[in-house]
Ligand binder design. Structure first.
Ligand code: PLP
Length: 473
């Protein structure tokens, strides 16, 4: 037996690099990332010794050393003297990552739409900041005042990334904002006068409800079905009153998971054109290109705004978002920004966008989409038989409760069992009656097993006899 055959027989992990076009060490890291994401390599699993893998793959030991070092930098593995290189275990980062979702008392928080905790986030952002700090001219650039829309360089980089994701747009059409919520508020504040009406699906993002209320706008609830807003209902409301702007989440309604088909989108555009509505599409719950329909800004560019944010892809704490707007609305939006705080800090914009556009971020985002899909599958299994509406890329699922359960009782009894979920109330526009439903977020736990634990407790609860907390009357 030759050396390679012997080495191959002893390697428990043998990546196939033949088809890879990138440098060998890079191809090896990409394969490693893919196998970790797919679960072929488990957390804590030891990688083959460097010399053995080099012989098995017929490459130099230097190539393997470089690949393992790069994988460590990307947060995929950790190397310890005496115990080799192992797939990074999430548990080793427990103090930082578990506090949100799985407290030491065993409680599981499934109430928030946050990115899945992963040590790669810390590693990757640290790398970006280090690169920025050492790049000639980069620090100089962030010290300067920028145009209200944000720096040309950052907007070009973001427009390029979005275009690559199948969302073609130019730097001139973009305003950088301090997160998606700010883009929401900015659009309402600059384009709708106090006392005027805006409309949204009857169940919608609480941040939009809060912004409209804060700005003294009338908020009209449009009846919805499994595809979201009903065009006929919107038409009727427009005939009864002047509505200035319609807020939409066509890909993945927060909270109901409703997704709008193409015919529905076109019907809404027709109503908008007949009644001169502005369309504000919130794309913060970003989904993969294959699953995305035509954004409204492509169907009706003259009246549509689009909101993007890095909050669900990279991290909410970065507070970096963007608003795409038609040219005729730009002056009003930038005037409002100038009056508020001039422009988004370029330090944050350049760091967040550099991270977003990196190959590291692609690994992270691809992993997250695979993990979200696996978690949605797990939820469907654990709550099998219940009425669930969810999206394969969605951070949450919407569970319509079986008779005679009421949402307040489920939320309270889940909390007694250490599981936090929220009912429909915060998502209801105005005094609309809340459906008996709960939103379950699958992303807060760092480990899938914690989600499983929370879902199992919820499923057991729903199998019990409903008990109401009766007030003394
Ligand atoms: C639909 C929607 N829009 C906006 C936001 C706020 O995004 P950001 O954290 O970027 O402000 C969220 C956050 O959950 C959201 O779900």
């Amino acid at each position: 037996m030759d050396i390679q055959t012997k080495a191959r027989a002893r390697c428990h992990w043998l990546p196939d690099l033949d088809a890879a076009a990138s440098p060998r060490y890079q191809a090896l890291v990409d394969r490693l990332a893919a196998d970790i994401a797919a679960g072929t390599l488990a957390p804590g699993e030891r990688l083959p010794p460097q010399r053995l893998l080099a012989d098995a793959l017929k490459v130099t030991v230097g190539t393997i050393t470089r690949a393992y070092r790069e994988a460590e930098r990307r947060g995929l593995v950790e190397a310890k003297v005496g115990s080799g290189t192992r797939v990074r275990s999430l548990a080793s980062d427990a103090p930082v990552f578990h506090h949100l979702s799985h407290a030491p008392d065993g409680s599981v928080d499934l109430s928030l739409n946050v990115p899945i905790p992963h040590p790669m986030r810390v590693q990757q952002l640290s790398g970006v900041l280090e690169r920025l700090a050492h790049r000639p001219g980069a620090i100089d650039a962030v010290l300067a005042y920028q145009p209200e829309q944000g720096s040309q360089a950052s907007r070009e980089a973001l427009a390029g990334w979005l275009t690559g994701q199948g969302m073609p747009m130019t730097a001139d059409e973009l305003i950088l904002t301090s997160g998606g919520q700010h883009a929401d508020y900015l659009a309402l504040q600059a384009l709708v006068q106090p006392g005027e009406a805006v409309a949204s699906a009857a169940l919608t993002f609480p941040g939009m409800i809060a912004a409209a209320r804060q700005l003294g706008l009338k908020h009209v609830a449009v009846p919805m079905d499994a595809e979201g807003i009903l065009p006929e209902a919107l038409e009727r409301l427009c005939l009864q009153q002047k509505i200035r702007l319609l807020y939409l989440m066509p890909e993945h309604n927060n909270p109901t998971g409703a997704r709008m088909g193409e015919t529905r989108r076109k019907a809404i555009v027709e109503v908008a054109r007949r009644h001169d509505l502005l369309l504000l599409e919130d794309g913060v719950q970003f989904v993969t290109a294959e699953r995305r329909g035509t954004p409204f800004y492509r169907l009706a560019p003259e009246r549509s705004l689009y909101i993007f944010s890095v909050s669900k892809l990279l991290a909410g704490g970065l507070r970096l978002g963007a608003l795409r707007a038609p040219a005729n609305l730009m002056a009003r939006l930038t005037a409002s920004l100038r009056a508020q705080y001039w422009a988004v800090p370029e330090l944050m914009a350049s760091a967040a966008i550099e991270w977003l556009a990196s190959t590291d971020a692609k690994t992270l985002i691809d992993w997250q989409w695979q993990e979200v899909a696996a978690r949605q599958q797990l939820l469907a299994e654990r709550l099998n038989g219940h009425q669930i509406s969810a999206h394969p890329c969605g951070f949450h699922a919407w569970l319509t409760l079986p008779e005679p359960w009421r949402a307040v009782d489920v939320v309270a009894r889940a909390a007694e069992r250490g599981v936090t979920v929220i009912g429909a109330d915060p998502f209801c526009v105005g005094s609309q009656p809340a459906p008996q439903a709960i939103r379950i977020c699958v992303t807060p736990p760092a480990e899938r097993a914690q989600l499983d634990d929370g879902l199992t407790r919820l499923a057991a609860l729903l199998d019990e006899e409903p008990r109401r907390v009766s007030p003394l009357v």
